[in-house]
Design a protein around this ligand. Structure first.
Ligand SMILES: Nc1ncnc2c1ncn2[C@@H]1O[C@H](COP(=O)(O)OP(=O)(O)OP(=O)(O)O)[C@@H](O)[C@H]1O
Length: 728
């Protein structure tokens, strides 16, 4: 039985680039940089024998993968490098993993590592904190520990499920790295091809003494572990849990053209006017129809013009006057319809009116506004918008997020901070380290608010509002925005908002953007890759986001597409921040027109020219689906979304999918309706999270409720029996 594993350190190893695969490294080479201290991120490229020797059976191996010969390599040098690598050996893999080159005792230290816990927690499932439904999910792992030799018997009994374990002794670093991955052929997407090898990538965070640092740093490192109360725990989350984070993100552009760069609104921009808007709550300030009516200061108006905004979107028409009037707000509007400006403009207008200026070079800064969002890339995007609209003013916006050097965040803050844009984990860290004081907070914004209040971030947000110094909800203005707002989250939001908050619903709460043409195809697990390639070949050079459910799969599919000569990159929570930003940059500029992503990229990202979204795997909730497909069809532009529906694993989504499709006036395939009506979904009667038959505002009996077209004219709501039922 011939087995091989090729390892290379993360930064050099580019899973999406087969050319970089072959450079297996020795222990010393694995750890060349002293900056990598207590931890190292290792990606392992594994070939795992299913049946027979790779050199004979696997076409891919025959083509030179195992021997390091070229896989369409760019130059001979690369090819040679792989050739050398392949002869280094020293690592075993598969059932006998560790037999060659690894001191066996490293593998027999039990399973007390955080890594193991991480796996049991379903570490591989990205970011989405709500519990998963349906059959898919995080990797189950094989209980009973793992060790040298063979996988435990439970694994072996689990048909097609394979376990891999590794241990590395990295010279004087004495790092013991342990890893275990179990996967089925289906999870690896290789189907029932008996003479193929699983090629698998997995990104592992190895830490001295073990420990897996995982899925979503904002959740894992922030929640619970780093209470603001504790001095020791207040250390920067990313650093305490894993490697010292040294990444300093590039400074944002300084030249005006780059700051105000924007893309064109699309042909359907004017159609926004016909969307019905529902505002509930008492004493609703009248909507405005133009930017002039908002009475913003001249500098803001100039910036709005330079940003290419000439006309308000519906959510802006309603939200701007509400925020200007000092009211709390929960606003729900379709993806890509301008929610960011809807909160930024009135907040900045107030700050300008109040003559707020940044106080420079103080170690403790007290921002007037805090904006939180669930992902690093999204908060950075919001920051760039804040910077754009505050251009030429004395208001200073700052962004801080995990995966970057903590000292860098502190330096940014110390230079003055009026608007702090932050991911939750990093925010709690700077508060605990007393770099940020909360006494001056007048505006608290939760973007993607339903995500910020769910099980993943909710506890962190609760901690935030109970931090010492944080003004009570009566003393601050709290604003929540999202395209989806499940009822239970709305109820929880009440804790954060004044009782008289207003609720703005543009169109159907949780509804998909109608500018996205949605197609759902029935594709079994084993046919997905073929269908993906076929779909991508048909779309040509169109910028496409491909969503998958796990981090492993993101690398796997990205690599697979590269093999197919489709220029692809990937973004997910196991990639270093530098790599995530690089990937996004390569996608934005079109260098890699295909981005394979987990749900870390599902929300909020506003990327020009994304014409196409493919759900290779459907997400576990319909809300996530709505956000994912909303990466295209933004701001009046049209887009397309294709989803692979696997009846084996996606049945639970059939009913809400039918609802979302029909609400967005999309064709509903007959087979999907059949699946929907033949599937019993517990609780699917009009109030569960899986559906969007929800009422708009969970509070009842509003005399002040008004339904208007987005243009501001009163009209009757479109009759929708399901909605009527749940309205009061
Ligand atoms: N009034 C406007 N005129 C022209 N462009 C606008 C206007 N408002 C917003 N935009 C642009 O529309 C795009 C989408 O806006 P934004 O990202 O705020 O959407 P969103 O509603 O927050 O989407 P998501 O739900 O996906 O987070 C951005 O490029 C933004 O600059």
């Amino acid at each position: 039985m011939e087995k091989s594993v090729l390892l290379e350190e993360g930064p050099q190893f580019r899973p999406w680039d087969p050319v970089s695969w072959g450079a297996g490294l020795t222990g010393e080479e694995l750890h060349p940089e002293s900056s990598v201290r207590s931890s190292v991120l290792i990606y392992a490229a594994l070939t795992y024998e299913m049946d027979d020797g790779p050199s004979r059976r696997d076409p891919f191996m025959r083509s030179g993968f195992a021997s390091g010969r070229s896989l369409g390599s760019r130059d001979a040098g690369e090819s040679n490098k792989r050739e050398n690598a392949s002869t280094m050996g020293g690592f075993g893999v598969g059932k006998g993993f560790g037999n060659r080159g690894f001191p066996s005792n490293k593998l027999e230290e039990g399973d007390s590592s955080g890594f193991w816990r991480g796996f049991q927690d379903g570490n591989d499932s990205e970011a989405s904190a709500p519990p998963r439904r349906g059959g898919r999910g995080g990797f189950r792992g094989c209980r009973g520990g793992f060790g040298l030799g063979s996988p435990n018997s439970e694994c072996e009994q689990d048909e097609g499920r394979h376990a891999l374990a590794a241990s590395l002794d990295l010279g004087d670093q004495r790092l013991v790295a342990r890893a275990m991955a179990t996967f089925t052929k289906a999870e690896a997407g290789v189907g029932e091809e008996p003479d193929r090898f699983l090629r698998f990538f997995w990104g592992l965070h190895f830490q001295a003494g073990g420990g897996y640092k995982g899925l979503n740093e904002e959740v894992i490192t922030g929640s619970g572990k780093n209470s603001w109360k504790s001095g020791t725990e207040g250390a920067e989350s990313d650093d305490t849990q894993g490697p010292k984070v040294t990444y300093v993100p590039p400074a944002p552009p300084e030249d005006e053209d780059a700051i105000f760069a924007h893309y064109q609104t699309g042909i359907n921009f004017d159609k926004y006017d016909s969307i019905l808007v529902e505002v509930s709550g008492h004493d609703v300030p009248p909507a405005i129809l133009t930017f002039e009516e908002a009475n913003l200061c001249q500098t803001l108006n100039n910036n709005i013009a330079k940003a290419g905004y000439t006309k308000l979107t519906p959510v802006q028409k309603y939200s701007i006057p509400i925020i200007l009037a000092g009211r709390d707000l929960m606003a729900c509007a379709q993806t890509g319809s301008g929610k960011t400006a809807a909160f930024l403009l009135p907040i900045l207008a107030h700050m300008m009116r109040d003559g707020i200026t940044a106080s420079r070079f103080r170690e403790l800064q007290e921002p007037e506004c805090i904006i939180v969002a669930p992902t690093r890339e999204l908060i950075n995007q919001i920051y760039l918008e804040a910077r754009k609209f505050s251009f030429g003013t004395c208001v200073r916006a700052v962004v801080i997020y995990g995966g970057t050097q903590f000292g860098h965040s502190v330096r940014q803050i110390a230079q003055g901070c009026n608007v702090l844009c932050a991911t939750p984990g990093r925010l709690m860290d700077v508060i605990s380290k007393e770099k940020i004081g909360l006494r001056q907070v007048r505006y608290l914004v939760l973007d993607e608010a339903d995500r910020m209040l769910d099980m993943g971030f909710g506890p962190e947000m609760k901690k935030l509002i109970s931090c010492p110094g944080m003004p009570s909800k009566e003393q601050r203005q709290t604003l929540m925005f999202s395209a989806t707002f499940p009822e239970e989250i709305q109820r929880m939001a009440g804790e954060f908002l004044k009782p008289n908050y207003l609720f703005v619903a543009v169109g159907q709460v949780g509804g998909a953007c109608t500018d996205v043409q949605q197609t759902v195809l029935q594709v079994g697990q084993y046919s997905k890759r073929e269908k993906l390639v076929e779909t991508l070949r048909n779309t040509g050079d169109e910028r496409t986001m491909v969503f998958v459910e796990t981090k492993k799969k993101a690398d796997f599919i990205a690599t697979f597409l590269c093999q197919e000569k489709i220029s692809t990159t990937s973004i997910h929570g196991d990639r270093e921040q530098r790599e995530r930003e690089q990937a996004l940059g390569d996608f934005r500029c079109g260098k890699c027109p295909v981005l394979v992503a987990t749900s870390v990229a599902a929300r909020g990202l506003d990327i020009e020219n994304v014409q196409h979204v493919i759900n290779f795997d459907l997400p576990s909730t319909i809300d996530e689906y709505v956000h994912r497909i909303g990466r295209t069809g933004r701001c009046g532009n049209t887009g397309r979304a294709v989803s692979f529906f696997d009846p084996e694993s996606d049945r639970h989504l059939a009913q809400p999918l039918v609802k979302v499709l029909s609400d967005a006036q999309q064709d509903v395939p007959a087979w999907l309706e059949e699946v929907a009506f033949s599937t019993y979904v517990p609780g699917f009667s009009g109030s569960s999270r899986e559906n969007v038959f929800t009422s708009v505002d969970t509070r009842k009996n509003y005399r002040g409720k008004s339904t208007l077209s987005a243009a501001g004219f009163s009209s009757s709501p479109v009759p929708n029996p399901a909605d009527d039922e749940s309205w009061d």
